[in-house]
Design a protein around this ligand. Structure first.
Ligand code: F6P
Length: 360
């Protein structure tokens, strides 16, 4: 085989491990096909770069020293599927992406991203491009993979946040609500909440009742614990809100003047218990920093898998970890499907066994 041209792009929100995965892919391809036979083309800023032909030829040295570096050396951009498939602005973006792929003479394209990225990857695959997906996201919500890279680093960071909140909350006898990223799913809040010893964990998969949260805080206070830590997923909502469509829920919140679940929970807990309650939003700090050892391992392993897929001509797939084995799923089987925390998941059972309130 000679002159294999492999494109790479990172799309959607960044996370630790993207660089490690690209390095893994490059190294495994060089190992398998020989350095002289591999050309890597980096597409800048995700699908935006693919639409607008923003690309650079990459040398092996470009991947040096990036195993430990967070973010993405290629840059990324959020481009909704709706926007990518609309031609309202007079640009046929699908056609533009296909043209760039052709102009760059790519033999395949590795797309690193989350659910949105995979949806577009599947569409490009259906359009005849040779696509391999790599599953990244701190949200851990990609269907049919046990874990995504970026998740464990964010769990470590969020746990550190909760640890730090503990000492200040205990000193001041306050309730602190830690708002943890995760708009649709609660994996990050659940894992870091357990690891950080949160007293209450609230996730979108388990719509909460405020009275249950208040009960938990009161019960602690009656045991002489004047402080409580409540870990709340960014996208959490209560039982009444669960009956509404997302857009109606957001409109209702907008009208009430309290936009987030964490703000509402803090305000209601303070009003009902009299305990001073604060909100802490670590936000994008949870996406930053150097990947953990586990994420370096996972991202490198998943990246390396691409070489075998390319050798086999096995495209239209996304790499996955299933039962501790690196494997792959068809993009068409996973595109557009999220992975919420199952209601019978072991981590929820663990939380209950530990006496952590889930607000339900
Ligand atoms: O997809 C990961 C994520 O960090 C979510 O947890 C969060 O809701 C969202 O991205 C934030 O996106 P942005 O960086 O575009 O504000």
């Amino acid at each position: 085989m000679s002159g294999l041209r492999i494109g790479m792009l990172t799309s959607g929100g960044d996370c630790p491990g993207l660089n490690a995965a690209m390095r893994g892919a490059m190294k495994a391809c060089v190992e398998k096909f020989g350095e002289k036979n591999v050309e890597i083309v980096g597409i800048k800023n995700g699908y935006y770069g693919l639409i607008n032909n923003q690309a650079k030829e990459m040398k092996r040295s470009d991947f040096s020293g990036i195993l430990t570096v967070g973010g993405t050396i290629l840059g990324t951009k959020r481009q909704s599927f709706k926007m990518l498939t609309s031609t309202e602005d007079g640009v046929d973006k699908i056609k533009a992406m296909k043209n760039t792929y052709k102009d760059l003479k790519l033999d395949c394209l590795i797309t690193l991203g989350g659910n949105g990225t995979h949806k577009t990857a599947n569409l490009l695959s259906e359009e005849g491009l040779n696509i391999i997906g790599l599953p990244k996201t701190i949200d851990n919500d990609i269907f049919m993979t046990d874990v995504t890279f970026g998740f464990h680093t964010a769990v470590n960071t969020a746990t550190d946040v909760i640890d730090r909140l503990h000492t200040t909350a205990a000193s001041h006898s306050r309730v602190i609500v830690a708002e943890i990223m995760g708009n649709k799913t609660g994996w990050l809040t659940l894992y870091s909440g357990i690891a950080g010893g949160a007293d209450v964990i609230i996730i979108p998969e388990c719509p909460y009742e405020i009275k249950k949260i208040i009960e938990a805080v009161r019960a602690r206070a009656s045991r002489g614990r004047g402080f409580s830590i409540i870990a709340v997923a960014e996208g959490a909502f209560d039982k009444d809100e669960a009956k509404l469509k997302r857009k109606d829920r957001l409109r209702q919140r907008e009208e009430s003047g309290i936009k987030t679940a964490s703000e509402r929970i803090a305000a209601e807990v303070e009003r009902e218990t009299g305990i001073e309650s604060r909100v802490c939003v670590p936000g994008h700090m949870l996406r930053g920093g150097s990947p953990s050892a586990y994420d370096r391992f996972l991202a490198s392993s998943m990246g390396a898998r691409t070489a075998k897929l390319i050798e086999d001509g096995n495209f239209g797939v996304s790499v996955a970890m299933v039962n501790d084995r690196i494997t792959e799923n068809k993009l068409s089987d996973i595109a557009g499907i999220s992975k919420p925390v199952p209601v019978d998941h072991q981590a929820l059972k663990t939380a209950k066994q530990l006496g952590i309130s889930l607000g339900i």
